[in-house]
Structures are given as structure tokens and as C-alpha cells.
Write a protein that binds this ligand. Sequence first.
Ligand SMILES: *[C@@H]1O[C@H](CO)[C@@H](O)[C@H](O)[C@H]1NC(C)=O
Ligand SMILES: *[C@@H]1O[C@H](CO)[C@@H](O)[C@H](O)[C@H]1NC(C)=O
Ligand SMILES: *[C@@H]1O[C@H](CO)[C@@H](O)[C@H](O)[C@H]1NC(C)=O
Ligand SMILES: *[C@@H]1O[C@H](CO)[C@@H](O)[C@H](O)[C@H]1NC(C)=O
Ligand SMILES: *[C@@H]1O[C@H](CO)[C@@H](O)[C@H](O)[C@H]1NC(C)=O
Ligand SMILES: *[C@@H]1O[C@H](CO)[C@@H](O)[C@H](O)[C@H]1NC(C)=O
Ligand SMILES: *[C@@H]1O[C@H](CO)[C@@H](O)[C@H](O)[C@H]1NC(C)=O
Ligand SMILES: *[C@@H]1O[C@H](CO)[C@@H](O)[C@H](O)[C@H]1NC(C)=O
Ligand SMILES: *[C@@H]1O[C@H](CO)[C@@H](O)[C@H](O)[C@H]1NC(C)=O
Ligand SMILES: *[C@@H]1O[C@H](CO)[C@@H](O)[C@H](O)[C@H]1NC(C)=O
Ligand SMILES: *[C@@H]1O[C@H](CO)[C@@H](O)[C@H](O)[C@H]1NC(C)=O
Ligand SMILES: *[C@@H]1O[C@H](CO)[C@@H](O)[C@H](O)[C@H]1NC(C)=O
Length: 450
Amino acid sequence: MYFAKGFLFLLPQTLLLFLLQFGFSQDTITISKPIRDGDVLVSKGETFALGFFSPGVSTNRYVGIRYYRAPEQSVVWVANRDNPINDTSGVLSIDVHGNLLLHVEERNQSIWSTNIVTQSSNNCTHAQLLDSGNLILVLNKTSEVLWQSFDYPTDTTLPNMKLGLDRTTGLNRILTSWKSKDDPGTGNCSYVLNTNSSSPELYLYKSNILWWRSGHWNGFGWSGVPLLSHPNYLFNFSIVNNQTETTTSWVELLPDIFSRLVVDESGSIQRFLSREGDQGWFSLGSAPLDQCDNYGKCGAFGKCQLQNDTEFECTCLPGFQPKSPSEWSLRNASSGCVKKRGQASICKSGDGFVKVENVKLPDSSFARVDEKLSLQECEQQCLENCSCAAYGGVDAKEQVGCLRWYGELIDTRVLNGGQNLYVRVDALELGTQQFSVISGNFSYHACMQC
Ligand SMILES: *[C@@H]1O[C@H](CO)[C@@H](O)[C@H](O)[C@H]1NC(C)=O
Ligand SMILES: *[C@@H]1O[C@H](CO)[C@@H](O)[C@H](O)[C@H]1NC(C)=O
Ligand SMILES: *[C@@H]1O[C@H](CO)[C@@H](O)[C@H](O)[C@H]1NC(C)=O
Ligand SMILES: *[C@@H]1O[C@H](CO)[C@@H](O)[C@H](O)[C@H]1NC(C)=O
Ligand SMILES: *[C@@H]1O[C@H](CO)[C@@H](O)[C@H](O)[C@H]1NC(C)=O
Ligand SMILES: *[C@@H]1O[C@H](CO)[C@@H](O)[C@H](O)[C@H]1NC(C)=O
Ligand SMILES: *[C@@H]1O[C@H](CO)[C@@H](O)[C@H](O)[C@H]1NC(C)=O
Ligand SMILES: *[C@@H]1O[C@H](CO)[C@@H](O)[C@H](O)[C@H]1NC(C)=O
Ligand SMILES: *[C@@H]1O[C@H](CO)[C@@H](O)[C@H](O)[C@H]1NC(C)=O
Ligand SMILES: *[C@@H]1O[C@H](CO)[C@@H](O)[C@H](O)[C@H]1NC(C)=O
Ligand SMILES: *[C@@H]1O[C@H](CO)[C@@H](O)[C@H](O)[C@H]1NC(C)=O
Ligand SMILES: *[C@@H]1O[C@H](CO)[C@@H](O)[C@H](O)[C@H]1NC(C)=O
């Protein structure tokens, strides 16, 4: 439907294929072969197409990329999202400098441009739409890729496309929602990899408010999205966090699958799947899931658990109590929880840990990560430092990998398929916790400093 107003998109696909065979189709734009509104660029394997389109009820014209053979056309990238053309005179061409340039017929004033080739006019370039959905601008002489659409995502990621930071260029790839179904302009919701931390998480922002996080990386996927955080037959997720980049990406493991991840204008992240011949796109699920997914819902040291109508979904972690009981009684947990008996008594005098089961661990951006430590070593490290508030395993099976929190525990929620959080409590609290777990080694911990 999105492309329906483009001339060629009105043609039945068989006729289109017929035309393609007679040379109407191309996957490359050169200085002598621009594309005009109504033309379509098709990748070699006919996986993706690029053309002019009008979204929804809009009559504005945009240049976009979509899956070519997917059942229901969905735009995965838009060039001029904030600068539409108001008629069908648009032309996408290579300009005299070698940039990809969108302009209107008879005027070469830029509506959108790659703006990358700045030097003299001797650079000969061409643009090509690849079967990955990536549009690249290539220097003819050296085949060097000067620019690629994958580096400037709109609201969608595709397989093999990275989100996150390239430290060598400073480029940070984030997703930003459309304004509405009828307007691909830059919207209010963005999906960003937090690249400042040794344990990066994906953050969803709504009008600059942190709205949801993915959970820490558990070795296979993002722990706050249990469905996709274990090895599975559909996707392989990966993360790179080193001196040159902090990025995440995913690939499809099955052939002939179309897939995409979209952040929409309501602030929902959805993963879609489809195949040729399917009726439409199948949603594999979305995030945020529910109100407990709202970032920091229960404040610092709080825990969110979905309840039926009668009870408040927020409680405090073991050893903590509401900072403001009056606010709390009005079901406002934003000021969070504080230690029951203050700071003084807690450390190295019989304190230990209480296991909180089946949770999305607190925001790991504030945690220390040691990939090599066992859970026992993790506990010991945490116990030895009085400012360590809690620890947990990196992966769900707690085989290897240690997360330790030294500040506030933010955004802990009960989650089906979640992990265990071990919260530090004082001796008195430990005594009151019938089911407290301190790795079955109470005497050792209790007497460490005796
Ligand atoms: C279309 O946009 C051009 C400038 O970009 C403007 O001069 C023209 O008046 C607009 N036409 C309509 C019908 O809005
Ligand atoms: C635009 O057109 C003018 C004349 O038609 C030409 O001199 C100029 O180089 C062109 N600019 C670009 C960016 O193509
Ligand atoms: C373009 O050409 C100029 C000189 O002709 C050169 O200095 C520059 O590096 C070339 N490449 C780009 C990407 O501008
Ligand atoms: C640049 O390379 C493309 C693709 O190989 C080719 O079609 C085009 O003619 C070349 N441009 C020039 C000016 O040689
Ligand atoms: C974006 O947020 C602002 C302020 O919250 C609001 O006024 C505006 O309508 C929002 N825009 C969209 C497209 O949702
Ligand atoms: C990362 O650090 C930069 C610079 O200190 C800051 O501007 C940015 O907001 C931080 N990002 C996150 C997700 O905290
Ligand atoms: C997933 O990717 C990693 C590295 O990116 C690779 O080592 C692993 O074999 C892949 N798994 C599957 C099932 O393809
Ligand atoms: C970071 O990881 C990427 C991808 O694995 C690799 O290409 C790059 O060389 C690494 N950089 C460093 C400094 O190790
Ligand atoms: C509400 O939750 C309580 C305790 O979890 C349970 O006993 C009760 O049946 C629930 N009520 C409804 C209406 O689901
Ligand atoms: C909750 O309490 C905080 C003060 O801690 C206040 O700023 C906020 O407006 C309250 N929220 C609601 C919904 O009342
Ligand atoms: C405890 O950990 C904090 C945070 O890592 C660190 O700044 C502090 O020096 C540590 N204290 C001791 C006694 O090791
Ligand atoms: C308690 O832990 C210490 C240190 O990890 C270990 O040496 C000791 O054998 C443990 N004792 C028991 C009873 O498990």
C-alpha cells in the first residue's frame, strides 16, 4: 500500500517482472542513470526495492527501501523523512561531486543528499542497492564504500545491520520512530544502545524519557526479552564491545525469511517475520510488555510484580522499605526504597545475601561485569566490598559471569524466565528471611570479619 501511488507499483507483479527483463530494472544509479518518481531500483536477487512512495493517506513523496517480495509492503528505510516532495517530479541521481542527491526535476537544489564527497568534481561514484537492503555509494576507482544507508537507520533494523557506536568515526546508529503511519518524519521514540557501559543495554526513549530497557546481555540475547534471549532456531544475536565499536546486530538462521525490527510512534518495539506467499507480517512479540516494564516503575531498590486489581505492583527488595510510606500508600513508588536500618549496621557483621528469584536484573549499566568469575567468586567479591549492594549471574544458568551492583538497584521486575538476584542484607534481616540463600555457607560469611 505504501508504494501504491508510484506508477510502477500499480502494475501487476508479472508485468513488472516482464518489464524488468527488458531492462527497465536496475540495481545501480550512475551519473547517467538517475531514477525518477515511478522508477524502481531492485537488488540483484530481488530481495529489496527502492522507489518513491506516499505513506498512508499522505500525498507527499518520499524515497524509501522495502522488501520487494514480502506479502505486504513495508518501508524499512526512508531517505528524505523530514523533507518530503510535494509532487512527482523527484529525481534521485549522482551529482557532479559524486554524492547521491534527491532533487526535483529542473532544479538541482538538494532535498536530500549523502553529503559525503566534498572535494573536486573528479570523483566518479555509483550507488547500488544490495540484497541485504543496504544502499551503498561506491567510489568507482577503488570500490571503496563512501556511504551506506545501514549507517543511517530510520525506524527499522534488518539482519546484519548494526545499532550502536563506531568509535573510529564517532557514528552512532539509533532507530527513531516515524511521526505517524502517514508521516515518516523523525518521531519521539528512539531505540539506542547505551554504549557508555561495560554492560551495554538497549534503551527505548519516549520524548527523551527512558521508557524501557532490554535487560543485560546474557551471552545469547537480551535478558529482558526472554523469548529471544536463549539460543533459538530463528535468529542469532551478537554484541561487540571493544575499543573500535560497541554495537549489536542479528542474523536470520532460516533461509527465505523476511524479518525486521521496528520502533513505532507509540513507543512499541516489534519484531516481524514473513515469507513469500504469506498473508502478511507475523509479529513475534513486542516490548514494553506491561506496566512493570516501565523503566524505574518502583524506584530505587524496588521490585515490580504484576498483580491483579487489589494489590500494588511495587514492593521493596529484601531489607528495604518505602522511603515515603505516604506516597507509597497512594501507589506512587517513584521515590523508591531505603534500607530498613540505615547504613551503619550492615557491613561485615554477619550480613549476607537473599535470593530474589525470577527477575529481570536491575539496570546493568551501573553494574560491574566480570565474564570469567563464577557465582561463588562473584558472591565473595561482592561481600568483600561494603558498597556492593547485590550480585547476579550473567547467564540464566549462573554458570559463569558475574554482575555486581555498587549503587542503586533500578528497574528490577519479576519476569517469567528471569534470573536470580542476590541482594545484600544485614544479619538481622538475614535471620528474618526464612528462605534466605547464602550459598549454603552461612558460617563462613557471618564470621568473615569476626
Ligand atoms: C511544492 O514545493 C515547492 C518548493 O519545494 C513550492 O515552491 C511549491 O509551491 C509547492 N507546491 C505545492 C502545490 O504546495
Ligand atoms: C546545478 O546546476 C547548475 C546549472 O544548471 C550547475 O552549474 C551546478 O553545478 C549544479 N549543481 C549540482 C550540485 O549539480
Ligand atoms: C575526490 O577527489 C579529490 C581530488 O580530485 C580527492 O582529494 C578526494 O579524496 C576524492 N574523494 C572523495 C571521497 O572526496
Ligand atoms: C561507475 O561504475 C558503475 C558500476 O560499475 C558504472 O556503471 C558506471 O558507468 C561508472 N561510471 C563512470 C562514469 O564510469
Ligand atoms: C512528541 O512529543 C511532544 C511532547 O511530548 C508532543 O507534543 C508531540 O505531539 C509528540 N509527537 C508525536 C509525533 O507523537
Ligand atoms: C553516554 O555518555 C555521553 C557523554 O557523556 C552522554 O551524552 C550520553 O547521554 C550517555 N548515554 C547514555 C545512554 O547514558
Ligand atoms: C552465532 O554467531 C556467533 C558469532 O557471531 C557464532 O559463533 C555462532 O556459531 C552463531 N550461531 C549459530 C547458531 O549460527
Ligand atoms: C572489535 O571487534 C570487531 C568485530 O569483531 C573487530 O573487527 C575489531 O577489530 C575489534 N577491535 C579491537 C580493537 O579489538
Ligand atoms: C488476586 O491475587 C490473589 C493472590 O495472588 C489471588 O488469591 C486472587 O484469587 C486473585 N484474584 C483475582 C480476581 O485474580
Ligand atoms: C510521586 O511522587 C513524586 C515525589 O516523590 C512526585 O514528584 C510525583 O509527582 C508523584 N507522582 C504522582 C503520579 O503523583
Ligand atoms: C568497592 O567498590 C567500589 C566500586 O567499584 C570502589 O570504588 C571501592 O574502591 C571499593 N572498595 C574497596 C574497599 O575495595
Ligand atoms: C565455605 O566457603 C569457604 C570459602 O569459599 C570454603 O573454604 C569452605 O569450605 C566453605 N564451607 C562449607 C561448609 O561449605
